[in-house]
Design a protein. Structure first.
Length: 139
């Protein structure tokens, strides 16, 4: 019998997912982390990217998070995201526009742009587009 862990994914606006999973993979700032039942307690920041919830051998649910906090207890994983979206709800056109706006803002050398904010927006858009590409290949 495969052991499971309870997973909650919430954003500032709503709860995105709550249920049992065999494994969770999340984009921690220091690199991706894989979490299974009885994982050691962990608290880490998340960078923009894909959270994968492996429900069972046949189903893995992909979510995009723009950043946030990952808390792991032996039987519970909590993803507290700044923004979280189910893969099928991502808007490719909006991600492409955000990427283009950020790239244009990075070219602006006037000093009017907050460089860190623009870089983060670019990273989020690029990660959304990568996730959409992976998601389409595995459908």
């Amino acid at each position: 019998m495969v052991m499971t862990i309870h997973v909650d994914i919430v954003s500032a606006e709503e709860q995105i997912y709550s249920g049992l999973a065999e494994m969770v993979v999340a984009p921690a700032e220091e690199g991706d982390v894989g979490i299974a039942a009885r994982h050691a307690p962990l608290l880490t920041r998340l960078k923009p990217g894909e959270v994968r919830v492996k429900v069972d051998d046949k189903e893995t649910l992909p979510f995009f998070v723009s950043g946030g906090i990952l808390e792991v207890q032996p039987h519970v994983v909590s993803v507290l995201a700044d923004r979280a979206v189910r893969a099928h709800d991502l808007d490719e056109a909006a991600a492409l526009q955000a990427k283009q706006r950020a790239e244009e803002a990075l070219k602006d050398r006037s000093g009017k742009q907050d460089l860190a904010r623009v870089q983060r927006e670019l990273l989020e858009a690029v990660e959304q587009l990568r996730m959409l590409e992976r998601w389409r290949k595995h459908r």
